[in-house]
Ligand binder design. Sequence first.
Ligand SMILES: [Zn+2]
Length: 356
Amino acid sequence: MEITYPFAKVFTDSTNKMNVFFLHDTEHSTFQQIGDIGTGIVDFCELDFSAMVEKVKALETVEVTNANFEDIKKVYCNAVNLLKEKHSYAHFFLNSDLFRNFYNADRSEGEKVSYANFLIQYYINLQTVYVEALEFCLYTQVLTEYTLPERYVMFCNLHPNFIQHILRSMYAIAPITHGKFDTSKLIRFNDPAEVDTKKVLQNIHRDSDYSVSMWQYFAIQSLEEMLYLEFMEMIKRGIRIKRCGLCDRYFVLADKRKRDYCDRIYKGKRTCKQIGAKQKFNQSVEQDSFLQEFQRIYNRMYSRYYRMDAWDSERQTNKMTEEQFKAWTDMASKARLEYRQGIISGNDLLEQISGG
Ligand SMILES: [Zn+2]
């Protein structure tokens, strides 16, 4: 399949950052180092799409005509723009998909609008898939009796389609020094004609470990491909995730340091980490007996639903239905958040999840 603009070139290296060139069109590109690996997926899973959906929903009763098509297009672009400040790359790829769709000469105006709706729904559904993938494969507090490779294989057994993804990779000369992408040697030019190619090549190769500083990169055209790439890099590197002790949302454990709180803004200008560290009777999650008991019950329910005792057998043997499990985990997550925020007591927390 041919690659068309806009797309991204993604270089991974020995660090926990992804080096991304966003190619908007043949002449315009931007470079961004995105890190830590895993943050993009976690942020995608925590994204609230409701405002975006609301904007698009307003169009439901509008009949698509040649006269109002431009206005409709604007509504979609504005809706996707709501993600711009909230996520490192979701906006770029969704916007690119919309762009390709709206300028597709083979589709009628009506088809373009239905495809745009399909896209938005598709990514909302993909969020559910990645929430499950993250928890199953990388969340530190479930399936603790299994190793990461076991968990990954079990996940693939449950979702055979997940491993069918194909990513396109290409080669390019890149400023890699000692296994790391060297951003100081990156040329950001407005006019390619002004670049002294000979000098650039010499500069790139001066302290490279390779005869030719050739590096493999991924040509990523959709949000789905990008999420898959980042997720696979997380699995490969064994990057785990944890729930924040204050806001209860997932965050990435970027290094071996022990952390209980995330870096998101909690109140005013202060982050969960700043507030969490200052709490007077600050207890680590590991020392909280209510949360420990919660986790034991949660983990038991989780294993029961996925039938981890018989994970290589058919999924139909589950005793709980997907709806029952989802209803239970939603209830349990809500109770845990309320406990962390001090709204309910530890006994209330355990009573709520045991009674369910
Ligand atoms: Zn937090």
